[in-house]
Write a protein that binds this ligand. Sequence first.
Ligand SMILES: *Cc1c(COP(=O)(O)O)cnc(C)c1O
Length: 380
Amino acid sequence: MLKKSFLKRKRPMNRIGETTLEIDLSALEHNFDHFKSRLDPQTKFLAVVKAFAYGSDMMSIAKKLEALNVDYFAVAYVKEGVLLRDAGIETPILVLHPQVTNFSELIDRNLEPSLYSRRILREFLNVTKEKTRHRYPVHLKFNTGLNRLGFWENDVDHVSKALEGRDELEIVSVFSHLAASEDENERAFSLQQIDTFKKISTALTQKLGHRPVRHILNTSGIVNYPEAQFEMVRSGIGLYGYGNHHVIDETLKPVATLKTVISQMHKIEPEESVGYNRAFKSDGYRVTATLPIGHADGIGRRYGQGKTHVFVKGEKALIIGNVCMDMIMIDVTDIDCEEGDEVIIFGGKHSAEEFAASANTISYEILTAISQRVKRLIIP
Ligand SMILES: *Cc1c(COP(=O)(O)O)cnc(C)c1O
């Protein structure tokens, strides 16, 4: 039995046959264990699985994390939470950015909203009252400097007054979000945010008469400000194997590996061009390979024009010319390869962070860009 699964895991060398995003659930477990080991044992762990679990596969990721006893999930929108409930996920789900129009469905599906403004609080109170709900679990988001979503520090009074003498809501947690947790140059600013957050939660605790769970750290926050873990942390990118820092990255395992195959090879003569707009002009004899992956799969046009490489037989091959909707062309002149051979776009030791950096973006963007057209292969 053991031997069989060992063979299975080793097999995906070469013949995957088509563009495939491999999702390694043992890598997910490794990363989860790693971040847990950085925290106090009693600190709760919220796994951020928005945007299809950062472009990987929301269902298998959430099921695996639920089996590992994660405390909470977070998604951005109600629709994402509904998908998780449809898949049978029972762990509490925080919806970070719900819209008023979805409040009724949110309640029907047992999802927990982040309430982030006076308007949102008022509207949510109305809906819970209409539905005669009592002590419905909600989370209060305060802005401490990111200036994106959240009540202001001086809204504490307003919130507690709005809740006075009513029992529709139960404030399960109070939270905030750091603006630059990965940036050591912004340490003073992050510490200021943490300090403001402490003041807010203390004031709120006094007014409410009970202390909600407090959380402010994302992945880089866990790494750089462990003293501010409070009762819970929220991690997304770290679970998927990227830590916004090369030292952390070495201890993590990328969950997603994007692979494809060589569809066709071409011999190009001097002065010939490759691809749309003749964007690549050859200065000599070259060999190119055409791959069945393009901007409709998430490899944007900015990865073209010789800025980014992929890996064929472990060697670097530049993406040349313009990225097409369904294809890219790479230069394999110096690589011993043939049609049908496997190509690694990123994953494993070929970091998605590095791939993204070649086009001036970040791992978060390339991971979440991989479109639903790409086949997912779950490796247990
Ligand atoms: C997306 C998100 C996170 C996760 O951040 P990572 O850097 O991926 O760990 C945490 N909190 C909030 C509010 C988010 O929107």
